[in-house]
Design a protein around this ligand. Structure first.
Ligand code: HEC
Length: 85
């Protein structure tokens, strides 16, 4: 019986560890921008608006230039808007 519990536990732990982000920008966005408020959907703002929002928020989130660029890339990538499951 114990072994079953161990297996179930390993299965659940394994699932939790495999959150797969589709890009580095997406990972950064979820990790850096979700701490203070909800994660805004990509489709909520236009690309122009996102650029200025991330610019503004980069101070709060303490992003470096690379992180800022990757997050903007992720948020303004139109092909992913459509592909969202
Ligand atoms: C240290 C906390 C903090 C972090 C980290 C943070 N934000 Fe914010 N964010 C806020 C606060 C507080 C507000 C609302 C007040 C304001 O606009 O300054 C806000 C507002 C916003 C808004 C405006 C929402 C609206 O309805 O107009 C957007 C968009 C946003 N944040 C995106 C981001 C993004 C993208 C990141 C990551 C780069 C980020 N935030 C990281 C605290 C944070």
């Amino acid at each position: 019986m114990k072994i079953i519990f161990s297996l179930v536990f390993l299965f659940i732990a394994g699932c939790a560890a495999t959150i797969i982000y589709r890009s580095k920008g997406e990972e950064l966005y979820y990790n850096k921008c979700g701490g203070c408020h909800r994660i805004h959907s990509k489709t909520e703002f236009t690309s122009e608006k996102w650029k200025s929002e991330v610019e503004e928020m980069s101070k709060k989130a303490r992003l470096n230039e690379d992180e800022k660029r990757m997050i903007i890339e992720y948020l303004t990538n139109d092909s992913l808007h459509v592909a969202k499951p």
